[in-house]
Design a protein around this ligand. Structure first.
Ligand SMILES: Cc1cc2nc3c(=O)[nH]c(=O)nc-3n(C[C@H](O)[C@H](O)[C@H](O)COP(=O)(O)O)c2cc1C
Length: 288
């Protein structure tokens, strides 16, 4: 897959044609998940479920902003074993599938949820694994106006037709720093050393979908390490915040590894240490 091109073309789709995908496409998607889709933390057990007709009705009230559930002919639900990194891993895997869907000419939209058991009950999922990520998907409707979210307040998210094509994103210079959080001095020089490649990977990260478009993260380049930092954000829920971190890692990694080879992320006490403002935290680090 040409990750860089797919990432630049991806956007959340909230209006779908009322027709199911062919069985051959579903088979290709499932084969991709089984055989090719990269995992961030391979030892975490995951399972992919694909749902079709009638799922919207069943999911109503269990998923979506403000109980606004994006109606689609299909839904992907990723189940995961319990693990401190379960959500980050799920965000990483599901975003790779979102890009695979786009590669198959399908549009998609992430869906929030709070209660794994409620979703499992609604969809009749009999598994010991937890619901870790949900995405609506299908053939995008070619509408002139796009449905775009408007965050009025945490409990008032309006989803309405707007002329805006994309939800605005923070620029690379607003989310990548050198040595200390907030320092952009000599950043261009550093990134320039890697030609356009490193910039392209950070650009891909800046385009990552995130819960309520919050982008509550950034990167610090420090002593040869790329360090993902989470920003404090009262809008984020724990699950959605962690999923969004997995998604941004997927965007960066899939583009960077095209030229830097396989990247290994370190988490927790194994991640590089960094002094940060209060409330900010190191999530993961890797050496290019
Ligand atoms: C974890 C997560 C949960 C989300 N939940 C919803 C949702 O329930 N409903 C919705 O319409 N969009 C949802 N989104 C999509 C975001 O609102 C969207 O990614 C963001 O506004 C940026 O827009 P873009 O994806 O078009 O770049 C979710 C995104 C993430 C990452």
């Amino acid at each position: 897959m040409d990750y860089s091109a797919l990432i630049q073309n991806r956007k959340s789709v909230r209006a779908f044609a009322d027709r199911p995908i062919p069985t051959s496409v579903q088979i290709e998607l499932e084969a991709y998940y089984q055989n090719a889709c990269p995992r961030l933390v391979p030892e975490i057990q995951t399972e992919l479920c694909v749902f079709g007709d009638d799922t919207k009705q069943a999911l109503e009230g269990a998923a979506g902003y403000n109980q606004f559930l994006v109606g689609a002919p299909h839904y992907l639900v990723l189940l995961s074993g319990k693990h401190p990194l379960a959500e980050i891993n799920a965000g990483y895997i599901m975003e790779d599938l979102v890009l695979k869907l786009l590669d198959l000419d399908l549009g998609s939209c992430w869906l929030t949820f709070t209660d794994s058991e409620q979703v499992k009950k609604a969809l009749g999922i009999a598994s010991d694994l937890d619901v870790a990520a949900i995405v609506a998907f299908g053939y995008s409707l070619k509408a002139k106006k796009r449905l775009r979210i408007n965050i009025l307040s945490m409990s008032n998210v309006d989803i309405s037709a707007k002329r805006h094509y994309f939800d605005p994103k923070r620029s690379v210079s607003d989310m990548v720093y050198l040595d200390t959080w907030g320092n952009s001095e000599k950043l261009d020089e550093y990134i320039g050393f890697f030609d356009d490649m490193l910039w392209e990977a950070f650009y891909a990260a800046s385009l990552a979908p995130s819960y309520l478009n919050r982008q509550a993260y950034g990167f610090v380049i420090h002593e040869g390490s790329i360090i993902l930092v989470s920003r404090p954000d009262s809008y984020n829920t724990e699950i959605d915040g962690a999923l969004s971190l997995g998604i941004v890692l997927q965007h960066f990694t899939s583009v960077a590894s095209a030229w830097a080879g396989k990247l290994s992320w370190h988490f927790g006490s194994e991640a590089a240490a960094l002094p940060l403002p209060e409330g900010y935290a190191v999530v993961a680090s890797c050496v290019l």
